[in-house]
Design a protein around this ligand. Structure first.
Ligand SMILES: Nc1nc2c(ncn2[C@@H]2O[C@H](COP(=O)(O)OP(=O)(O)OP(=O)(O)O)[C@@H](O)[C@H]2O)c(=O)[nH]1
Ligand SMILES: [Mg+2]
Length: 288
């Protein structure tokens, strides 16, 4: 799968982020708890230079709790505040403001020393498409000002949203980076729908997902679909299609429909809480 693209609106968003930085006290970087490594934009740290940052691992309801804990530990060991959140139920959302206050305390103390007080904390919410930036903003502000949707590219423009008199957030369109060096990163972004389905082949994607799940834990497939896991992922896809009645007239298996069904099951959590990436010592190189 070769994905090399960089739509114009991402170039524009990157520029808008750069231009807005002077107004921003802190960056809230939203990652996907299932793929914390692949969902981290390698360009963001360069873009935000020395601004403080808080990392939020969103969609924690879809990831394995024990692995999410490891990721939180990983970030904290790097001196970065990190929290796991669920922007639908609101888990840990009430801890975010405090984390932001801690991350910005030095800056605000300096301002207070100069007599500048009472200004709200302004945070930029950044992350890949479909990671839940707008959902997070709606949850924390208890409003539905930001448009959300289960596909990438829903937010089209930057938008300021007031949480309260002390806290303002800037929603931004999701951005990716111009080239994925690692095929695995591209697939993980596609599995979680950070990349538009329309430009991908669902069968290829589904076969890759089955392969990865088979390597991780065969039971994920066996339990959900009640099929034997075969050596070949495409054959497994066909078995799942047959079991689920995805047939075309004449008796063949509708592998396209089966593929979409499996992707949907993964994305909605019907396959269980599944994390695809684990922290390792060389996991992520944070810009210093
Ligand atoms: N299960 C689960 N789904 C979530 C969570 N947060 C957001 N979602 C869903 O993820 C999808 C994307 O949410 P958005 O808030 O639109 O994502 P976004 O990052 O603003 O996306 P763009 O504006 O396209 O960049 C929606 O279907 C949300 O309902 C979460 O914590 N858990
Ligand atoms: Mg959005």
């Amino acid at each position: 799968m070769v994905i090399q693209w960089y739509p114009g609106h991402m170039v524009k968003t990157k520029r808008q982020i750069q231009e807005s930085l002077k107004l921003i006290d802190v960056i809230i970087e939203i990652l996907d708890s299932r793929i914390p490594e692949s969902s981290k934009n390698p360009d963001l740290d360069k873009l935000i230079s020395d601004k403080p940052k808080v990392v939020l691992l969103n969609k924690c309801d879809l990831a394995q709790d024990s692995v999410t804990k490891e990721w939180i530990k990983y970030y904290r060991s790097k001196g970065i505040t990190a929290l796991e959140i669920d922007s639908i139920t609101g888990k840990n959302i009430n801890k975010v403001y405090n984390a932001v206050k801690v991350a910005t305390s030095e800056k605000f103390e300096k301002k207070a020393a100069k007599g500048i007080v009472g200004r709200p904390v302004r945070a930029l919410v950044a992350g890949i498409p479909n990671v839940g930036k707008s959902s997070f903003i709606n949850k924390i502000s208890s409003k539905s000002n930001a448009q959300t949707g289960d596909k990438p590219g829903v937010t089209k423009n930057k938008q300021w949203i007031k949480v309260n008199k002390d806290f303002e957030l800037m929603d931004t369109p999701g951005i990716l980076w111009p080239k994925f060096d690692d095929e695995k990163v591209a697939y993980h972004l596609a599995f979680t729908r950070a990349i538009k389905d329309e430009i991908l082949d669902p069968e290829e994607l589904s076969v890759k997902l089955i392969e990865e799940l088979m390597n991780k834990d065969k039971d994920i497939i066996i339990k959900r679909y009640n099929v034997d896991v075969l050596k070949d992922a495409y054959e497994t896809l066909k078995m799942i299609g047959k079991k689920r009645g995805c047939m075309v007239s004449g008796g063949g298996i509708d592998t396209q429909r089966a593929a979409i069904l499996i992707l949907d099951d993964f994305r909605s959590g019907k396959l269980g809480k599944i994390t695809l990436e684990y922290p390792t010592s060389e996991s992520i190189v944070e810009e210093s």
